[in-house]
Write a protein that binds this ligand. Sequence first.
Ligand code: GUN
Ligand code: ZN
Length: 643
Amino acid sequence: MFEIKYRDAMGRIGIFDVNGKKITTPLILPVINPRINKITPREINEIGFQGVITNSYIINNDPVLRERALKEGLHKLLDFNGLIMTDSGSFQLFRYGRVHVDPVEIVKFQEAIKSDIAVILDIPTPPDVSHERASRELQETLKRAKASIKIPRKNFLAGTIQGSTHMDLREKSAKEMGKLGFDIYPIGGVVPLMENYRFSDLTKVILHSKKHLPVEKPVHLFGAGHPMIFAFAVALGCDIFDSAAYALYAKDGRYITSEGTKHLDNMTDFPCPCKVCSNYSPKELLSLSFDERTTALARHNLYATLAEINLIKESIRNESLWGLVQRRARSHPALLDALIHAFNGYSDQILRYNPVTKKSAFFYFGPEALKRPEVIRHLERLKEIKKRAENLVLLPDQEKPYADHYGIKSGSRFHVCIASPVFGIIPLEVEEIYPLNQHERPENLDADQIEFMQKTVKAYSLDFKKTYIHEDLETLKIEGESFKDTDFVEKGDDNLKIRSMADYQFGRGAGDTLFMEARVEFARTGRIRRVYSGDDELLATVRASDGFLIPTKKGATSLLKLEYPRNRVVIGDPEVCEFVKDGKSVFAKFVTECDPEIRPYQEVIVVDKDDILLASGKALLNSNEMHAFERGIAVKVRRGAED
Ligand code: GUN
Ligand code: ZN
C-alpha cells in the first residue's frame, strides 16, 4: 500500500511496501539487460538506487536464462536482492511490431520468476494514430488487463494506460484500468513524445490520465529516462520512472546533465563531482577503449540521474518544487512552452493537489510564474472576500508590509489594494497571508506582468463604484481617478481586516460568522497576533510564518455555523472519535465524509456523524485522497475537543 509522506505541486514523496521492501518514491529504476550488464544491479544499488527494471520477455526467449530464472528466481539470476520490476515485451512490440509470447503466459512467467513488479503485455499505441486504431488497440489492452488481473499473484502487477494522443481514450483507459485494481499504473505509449520534445502533449497525456486514475496508487511514466524532465513529471504526479537513457546515451558518447546531454567530444571539463568525473578528464575518458569509456560514462549518467531525483526530493520537502520545474523549463524551449501553455484547462485539477501554504517563498523568475497554481489560487480566493466598501483604492507595489509602508488600511468606504505585478491584486487586509507576503520579484517589470496586472485590476474594479489610482500607476495604464496623497483614505478598521482574512482562508461568509464582534490583539511587529470574541474568549491565533488563522476550540465551534460539510472532515466510528477528541491525528481510513473542496495543508475541523466538534487541525490530504487512501494521516490534529 502507498502512503504520502511529503508533497508539493501534484508531486509527492511516498512510501510503498513491495514484498516487504520499503520503497520511497519518486523512484527511478535503471534498466538492466538480463544478458549483459557491465554495471551490475548490485553496483547500481550501491550508487544509491533502490531497484532496477529488466525485461522478462528477453529472459523468456532465451532458453538458458529462462531455465535459470524459473529454477533460481529472478533475484538470484541478477544477483540482487533489492527491488526488481520486469517489463513484459510491450516495448519490443512497439519497436518491432510483434512479439512471440502469449499475453497471459508472460504475466504468469513474471510471477513464476518472482519479479517484484510485473507488467501486463499492453499494446503501446504511438501518438497521432487514428482514433479507430487507438481505440481498437486499447480494447485489446483492456482485454489483456482483465485476463492478467485474474492470475493468482503474490507480487505487484502494473496495468498500463494507453490511448495514444486521444484524450477521450486516455480517460477511458484510466477509468477502466482503475476499476480493475492494479497496484501501479504506468502511463505508456509516450516514448515518441519525449524523443520528439513534445512536452506539451506529454503534459496533457499525464494530466488527463492522472485525472481519472485512482489517487492512492503510484503512477509510473514509462520510458522517461532523461533527468531533464523528471522534475516536470514529478510535479505532474508521476512517482516511478525507468531509465535506459543512462546506458543508451553512454553508447553514443553522451554525458547526461540535469539540463540536457553533452557530447564527450565537445567537453573539456566535467561539471560534476561524481566518482567518474573526479577521476577522469573528458580527454582521458576519450583515450580509453570503447567499452571502458562507455561503462564509465554510463556510471556518470547514473550519478547524474540520481542527483536529480535527490534534488527533486529535497525540493518537495522544502516545498519549492515549482521553482525547480521553472528552472528546468529553461533548459529546453519545448519544456518552457509546456509550462506556460499545457496547464490551461487543468488548473482545477492542479489546485486540488497543490498545498495551500508552503515553507518556501514564491520567487518570480519569469512570465511562466503567472501561471503558477499559487497565482491562480489567489485569484480564486479573492472572490471569497466579501465586498465591504464601495470604492477601490489602488497603490503601486512597493515595500512590504504594504499597510505599514503606506500607513493606511481598508475601511468601510475604501477597499485598499496593491496593483501587483505578480498576483494582480493584493487587498491590504490579506497581505500577510501566504503567498502574498512571501514573494519576491525583480524590480523591473516585464510586459507579461504589466498586461496581467492591467487585466486583473480591470476585472476587479468592476465591483466598485469608483476606482482611485495612485498617480504612479498612470504610466502602467491602469484606469481610475488619479491621486497623489492617501490623506483622503479613512483610518481603516482592524475588525474588517480580520473578517476578510477569514473569508480568504475559510471561504465566503466565514469572516462574519467567526469574527463579527471580534477584537484583535497585535504583536510587536504590528501584525495581528490573536483574535478574541466579544466576551473576550480566544477564537484564533495568526500563524506568523504564513498569516493563516489557527482556530481555537471556541473558534472551531463557530466554524460549525458554516453550512455542512464546509471545512469539515467527518469520522463515523465512535471509538476513533474518542481518540481524536484526545488530540490523536486522523488516519485517512477512518474518514467517512469530508468537504469536497478540502486542499492539502488547509485548516479543517473534525466532527462526528452528528456534526459535533472533535478536533481541529491541518489537512495533509485533499478530499479525494482522504476517501481513497488506506494508509497515512488525513488530518494532523492540533487540538482535540477535550485537550
Ligand atoms: N516501455 C516504454 N513504453 C512502454 C509502454 O507503453 N508499455 C510498456 N509495457 N513498456 C513500455
Ligand atoms: Zn559525473
